[in-house]
Design a protein around this ligand. Structure first.
Ligand code: FAD
Length: 465
């Protein structure tokens, strides 16, 4: 079996195959060839935030993690081992996390690592493509070619425009595979002026792990004007920037109106300043990056500004006047396939069931969702390798809801999605209370999960750790 990409999805998939006694060749192009966002040669590198989202019981991200835990996710286990304080969220020390994944995958005898770029899919070989949003150009061409075998196959860039590969009669031009995404800046902890900021969690939920930079109206207005005046990185001719609504650069949000940021990433609600007892006019939140707590990221502050301009604007935030930046916000490509057209509920290609997709490229969005689809693809590919029939997860589960979304969403405007309650099916009887409704949805999901899992993964597993 081939697995291409040792990111979040590919590493989990390889582990799941090895646990089932299936030998794997795992291709990873770094460090021979790198991507615009990765900075190390480690597997499962987290390229932006260090958060694996909420760990509060009966939230949708919690449910997904709960199912992953029950299915024996290696990466989730390592995330818990390398967790840093982050209130009700599961956040990790990114370096420790990726190192540990690399270490464990590297010493697994059934996984043979090939540090090279895969540019072709070998015909007849069971292959999981888990090359992520920054899939190399050569492989993107190959995926376009594979997709063109489908009568109605399409590869999309942004869900609004699409190129019908078969109609074009040739692989789609590469730009039809591209989409842009943003990453937020990181500052050194000891460059934050702690006299101007305060620790608090929103609505005091969880421990007060976030640093909050409060702003008065005047400070906000000055910041806002500077942000709008700052220069963005120039787009190349062939690049048309299209953003996910949930991951907009701050300057793009600001362009929508003077107050829009105050209802988005600079939202002050629930962030009472203990020194004044008041909620500030606006606030910037900083989240701990690593166990040493020597760096913090500006939550939701992804942007497309030139680095110099970016530093000048962000230093207008109270507490960040002398901030030293370890990383600036940036914009990067996002590659994904039109899953509703191309994939079955077992993540296999309709046109070639030996080829499976996992991770961001299969149409999910987010670290945890990528790991979860890697887990499912690994289990399904292992079933194929032993001539068994892969069993798709039931609809009420978080696994099943993600799969349902990526295979059943409208293909015309398909966009990757995070796990949310919107993706889960409604309960048979209406429950008005939101909390209670979510609790019941989670309960139904976990009940359905248990029955499916014994069917989908019947054999005794090797524990190679
Ligand atoms: C800039 C950016 C910021 C993001 N920020 C967040 C965030 O803050 N939170 C969040 O939840 N999600 C974020 N995402 C989305 C997504 O969750 C991550 O990209 C996640 O890493 C996806 O996991 P993956 O396994 O699909 O891909 P990756 O983790 O990117 O793994 C893919 C691997 O494949 C390798 N590869 C690519 N092409 C080839 C080839 N031809 N041959 C061999 N190897 C190859 C790559 O080197 C990489 O190691 C972000 C995405 C981007 C691009």
């Amino acid at each position: 079996m081939h697995i291409i990409g040792a990111g979040l999805a590919g590493s989990e998939a390889a582990w799941q195959c090895a646990r089932r006694g299936i030998p794997v060749e795992l291709f990873e192009m770094r460090p021979v060839r790198t991507t615009p966002a990765h900075q190390t040669a480690d597997f499962a590198e987290l390229v932006c935030s260090n958060s694996l989202k909420s760990d509060s019981e009966n939230t949708a991200p919690w449910l997904l993690k709960e199912e992953m835990q029950r299915a024996g996710s290696l990466l989730l286990e390592i995330a818990r081992e390398t967790a840093v304080p982050a209130g009700h969220a599961l956040a990790v020390d990114r370096t420790a996390f990726s190192r540990k994944v690399t270490e464990i995958i590297s010493r697994e005898p059934l996984i043979h690592i090939r540090r090279e770029e895969a540019a072709e899919i070998e015909a007849g070989k069971i292959t999981i493509i888990a090359t992520g949003p920054l899939t190399s150009d050569a492989l993107s061409q190959e995926i376009a070619r594979l997709s063109s075998d489908e009568n109605s196959a399409r590869v999309l860039d942004d869900g609004n425009s699409s190129a019908d590969v078969s109609r074009a009669g040739a692989p789609a031009p590469l730009h039809n595979l591209y989409f842009y995404d943003s990453i937020s800046p990181i500052v050194e902890a000891d460059s934050i002026d702690m006299n101007k900021v305060y620790l608090a969690a929103r609505y005091d939920k969880g421990s007060a792990d976030y640093i909050n930079c409060p702003m008065s109206k005047d400070e906000y207005d000055t910041f806002y004007d500077a942000l709008l005046a700052a220069q963005s990185v120039e787009e190349k001719d062939w690049e048309e920037l299209n953003y996910f609504e949930s991951c907009l650069p701050i300057e793009e949000i600001a362009r929508r109106g003077r107050d829009t940021l105050r209802f988005g990433p600079m939202k002050p609600v629930g962030l009472k300043d203990p020194r004044t007892g008041r909620i500030p006019y606006a606030a910037v939140q900083l989240r701990q990056e690593n166990l040493r707590a020597d760096s913090y990221n500006l939550v939701g502050f992804q942007n497309h500004l030139k680095f110099g301009e970016q530093a000048a604007v962000l230093r207008l935030v109270p507490g960040l006047e002398n901030a030293r930046f370890l990383r600036y916000g940036q914009i990067h490509r996002n590659t994904y396939i039109n899953a509703p057209t191309l994939l079955t509920p077992t993540l296999q290609m309709k046109s070639d069931p030996n080829v499976l997709f996992a991770g961001q490229i299969c149409g999910v969005e987010g670290y945890v969702e990528s790991i979860a689809t890697g887990l499912m693809a690994g289990v399904n590919a292992a079933a194929l390798a032993t001539n068994s029939e892969p069993v798709p997860p039931p609809r009420p589960t978080a696994f099943g809801s993600l799969i349902h979304y990526i295979t059943q969403a409208g293909p015309r405007n398909f966009q990757p999605a995070n796990i949310t309650f919107d993706l889960l099916p409604a309960l048979a009887t209406r429950v008005r209370d939101r909390k209670e409704r979510h609790r019941q949805q989670c309960q139904a999901a976990l009940n359905a999960f248990q029955g499916w899992w014994t069917q989908a993964s019947p054999s005794a597993l090797l524990n190679a750790r």
